[in-house]
Each structure stands twice: as structure tokens, then as C-alpha cells.
Design a protein around this ligand. Structure first.
Ligand code: MN
Ligand code: MN
Length: 462
């Protein structure tokens, strides 16, 4: 009775068994733009800069508080060069709500400490403080690049980038040779690789003119001074971030996947950005949020907890004499963030029926959190119901997911901070293999379907 099964059972299908050849091609074409985005956006600051450049090409203008706004206007608000809000003003009044896609552009990495530079045994190093959830053993013996901003006392800033050009030098954290690793191998992973052990090797040549100690440190500081005009004290007011020096590449013999650093959450950031750049004049105002600081709990002035979001949307509402509270109460937010994809190498952490699978489309998470949904936003059934309708209209291939099996661990996103604003919110995003590793894996179809999911929100949630 195949018909009866078809009628009554929920059956998930691999996206490759559903999509047309044209749409498969669209997925693969989309990934070309995404790979470029990844290579140009290794940090939140780089993401803001590159996203603004793309937006300006599509007619987006910087938002100035108090400026007149009308349907069809394309605006962006740059929040301290580390977060970005984009909006296309709709025909409906803001009191009827806005459609928001909120992704984040910070990724796990190694930040330099305020006093990072030192020499030991005639080698120069940077001390680091890791940012976000990392497995420390993954960050040793891989090539690293360094990006960031140094703020000087005169109010000017210096942009630092080491490693982005093909002939630039790279940096590394050393590991022990296996020949001498007997004691190391007996330790647990967290004991063998400590936070204070993640020191980046940056030089080995002593400065000839310097006498006594710190001659290698002098060589390195001289190079930094020559290249960027900074002195050691300037590190005190700097944000310098070491990230994996991998460029985004097709992965697999069939090129069905993309391997890169930072899919969490640039796969969703790019999806939101690509969708809003194509949005003409929607009914409800479309908003794309590229937030910072998600990996450390959405804290800080550029994180999703910050009222900079109220400042931007509230300012639009003021202009139209709409209460911000009314706007939020009628708004809808796709918290666009990645989740884990089922990994047959580690099946024990997932419950197969409810874990996202690669190539099954964008993953909707009703709840995240850990244990008994603790720390989760847990979207209403009605909210998921609305999504089902939107996605059907938009031809989105999607799947329901949860992050690992019960009591295995868990995680959170910006969802609960949007829900706190009385905005109807649900998590949706790209399933990732090796999530939070220096080199993560996603499926091209899942990335494209996340972009289509945001488009469906902007077009059909009216
Ligand atoms: Mn994330
Ligand atoms: Mn993350």
C-alpha cells in the first residue's frame, strides 16, 4: 500500500533525489560566490567591510538617523565595523512588523592577549586567548594568518593583515614530535593541549644590532614597526585575531561540498546577505542582521544582546511614528545559524531520526539548548507551522533537526535574544561536519537552500 504510506507517513528525502538539474546547477553556482565571501571574510571586521562593498554595488546606502525613508529604500547600518544591519523598506507600515534573518559573522579563533609578544629560547611568540568553543588540539601545527585593528592614541587605526597574499608568511603553533610524545599521549585531550600553551611562533632571527636578551623579539617588533608603524605598547589597544590560513575549496570528488574555515556562521551570513541584496520592494520591511560575538554568548556592544538593534529599527520606527514595541510584536526572525550534521564516524552523539543530515536541506531547530532544552528559545508550534507554509511556497528543501541526542551536550544561538524582544523567532541553518574545527564542511545544496529559506521569508511572510 505505497499510496497509504505516501499519504500518512513523513518521509525525508535526499535533496539530490528531489531537485532538478537546473536547480542543482544553481546550488553549485551559488557556492562560487560563497567561497569568495569566505576567503574575503576571515574575521567579523572583514565580513562587515566585504558585505558593505557587495551591498553598495546593489544600491544600498548608509543609514543616517532621521533621514526620510520610503518603500524600496535600501539601507545599511554599520555597527562599529563589527556588526552590520541591512534593510529594504517595505510597502507595509513598520507597525505590521519586519522580516529578519539574523546570522553571525564571528567564528572561533585565537585572539592575541593585550601584552602578547615575548621571546623564549631565542624564538619569538604571541600569547593568545582563544575565542569561542574550540578543541585546542585542532589548532596546533596548522598554518595561521593574523588580522585585526590597532587603535592608536591619536584616534587613528591601523589595519593589520598577515597571510592573505599568496607570498605572505604564515604563522603556527608548534606541537610535540611523536618520538617524544609518550607522556603527552597519556594525557586527556584537554590536559595535553592547554589554553596557555597556544603560543604562536612568529620569528627566530636575532637582531644583530641588539645586545643582550630579546634579540628575536626585536627583529619581529622592528618588522611590525616598519610594516604597520606600531610599537609594542600599541598592542594594548588592539584586536588581533589568528585564524586558519585555509582558503575555501570544493570538497569531495563530486565537488558536492565546500571545505573552509568559518562556515559557522558565514554560510548563513552569506545566505542572508545574498537574499537581501536581491530583494526589491517587499511588502514587509526585510532586514538582514550580521551580528558579532555570538560565539561568546552574544555579549558586548556588537553582539545580539546589544540595543544597537533597537537603536537602528527604533530610529526607522520613530521616523514613521510607529512604536518599536508594535513593530517587534508583529515581526518574524529566522535565527540563521548552523547546526551539526550527522557524522557516521561519531554516530553515538546523535539520535538519527532527529539529527540534521548533509544534503537534506536547510535545518530548522525548534529548540537548541542542553539537557531539558535549558537555555533554548523553543519556538512555538505555530511558528514552525508558518515556516512550513513559507518554505512550501518558496520551494525550499528543509529538514527538522536537534543538536545532538538528549543529555549529550548542546548549544545556543541568537534566537533567544530576538525572542526576548517579543519577536517570533526560530532557528534555521546549514548542517556542518566538523563544526567549530579550523576546517569545516558543508553541502552546497544545504547552503543554497538556506539562502532560499531567507528569500521565502522576505517574499511570503507578509
Ligand atoms: Mn553559530
Ligand atoms: Mn558556533
Amino acid at each position: 500500500m505505497a499510496d497509504k504510506k505516501e499519504k500518512l507517513f513523513y518521509q525525508q528525502k535526499n535533496a539530490y533525489d528531489i531537485i532538478s538539474d537546473e536547480e542543482k546547477k544553481a546550488c553549485y553556482d551559488y557556492s562560487e560566490g560563497y567561497k569568495k565571501y569566505l576567503d574575503n571574510c576571515k574575521t567579523e571586521r572583514m565580513s562587515v567591510k566585504y558585505s558593505i562593498a557587495l551591498a553598495e554595488k546593489e544600491g544600498f546606502k548608509p543609514y543616517v538617523p532621521g533621514m526620510d525613508i520610503k518603500a524600496g529604500d535600501r539601507l545599511y547600518f554599520n555597527s562599529r565595523n563589527k556588526a552590520l544591519f541591512l534593510a529594504v523598506i517595505g510597502t507595509k507600515p513598520l507597525s505590521e512588523g519586519i522580516n529578519i534573518a539574523a546570522a553571525h559573522i564571528d567564528s572561533p579563533r585565537l585572539d592575541l592577549k593585550p601584552v602578547p609578544l615575548y621571546e623564549d629560547s631565542e624564538l619569538a611568540f604571541f600569547k593568545t586567548r582563544y575565542y569561542g568553543g574550540i578543541k585546542k588540539y585542532q589548532w596546533v601545527a596548522i598554518p595561521l594568518e593574523l588580522y585585526g585593528t590597532v587603535a592608536l592614541k591619536d584616534g587613528s587605526t591601523v589595519e593589520v593583515s598577515i597571510g592573505d597574499k599568496p607570498d605572505d608568511p604564515q604563522l603556527v603553533i608548534t606541537d610535540l614530535l611523536p618520538h617524544l610524545g609518550a607522556d603527552q599521549m597519556k594525557k586527556t585531550l584537554s590536559e595535553a593541549f592547554t589554553g596557555e600553551g597556544l603560543n604562536i611562533l612568529i620569528g627566530s632571527r636575532p637582531d644583530k644590532e641588539t645586545e643582550g636578551s630579546d634579540r628575536v623579539k626585536m627583529t619581529v617588533m622592528s618588522i611590525l614597526n616598519e610594516k604597520f608603524g606600531i610599537v609594542e605598547e600599541d598592542f594594548l589597544s588592539a584586536e588581533l585575531e589568528a585564524v586558519p590560513a585555509y582558503s575555501a575549496r570544493d570538497l569531495g570528488l563530486d565537488r558536492s561540498m565546500v571545505g573552509a574555515y568559518g562556515h559557522d556562521d558565514r554560510s548563513c551570513a552569506y545566505a542572508g546577505l545574498a537574499a537581501i541584496l536581491e530583494t526589491k520592494t517587499p511588502e514587509k520591511t526585510a532586514v538582514c542582521v550580521l551580528a558579532d560575538k555570538e560565539e561568546i554568548g552574544s555579549e558586548g556592544i556588537t553582539g545580539m544582546k546589544s540595543r544597537s538593534f533597537e537603536w537602528f529599527i527604533g530610529s526607522l520606527c520613530d521616523k514613521k511614528s510607529v512604536r518599536l514595541e508594535d513593530c517587534f510584536a508583529n515581526s518574524f526572525c529566522l535565527s540563521a545559524d548552523v547546526c551539526n550534521a550527522f557524522d557516521p564516524n561519531y554516530p553515538e552523539v546523535s539520535e538519527k531520526r532527529n539529527n540534521a543530515k548533509l544534503n537534506y536541506g536547510t535545518a530548522i531547530l525548534k529548540f537548541t539548548g542542553s539537557r531539558g532544552k535549558s537555555g533554548s528559545s523553543d519556538a512555538c508550534a505555530e511558528t514552525i507551522g508558518k515556516l512550513r507554509a513559507m518554505f512550501e511556497k518558496g520551494g525550499v528543501i528543509w529538514q527538522m533537526a536537534e543538536l545532538g541526542k538528549v543529555d549529550q551536550g548542546g548549544g545556543g544561538t541568537v534566537a533567544k535574544f530576538m525572542a526576548e524582544r517579543n519577536i517570533e523567532t526560530v532557528d534555521a541553518g546549514v548542517p556542518v561536519l566538523s563544526m567549530h574545527a579550523p576546517y569545516e564542511v558543508v553541502s552546497k545544496i544545504d547552503c543554497y537552500m538556506t539562502y532560499k529559506a531567507v528569500k521565502a521569508l522576505y517574499l511570503y511572510n507578509s
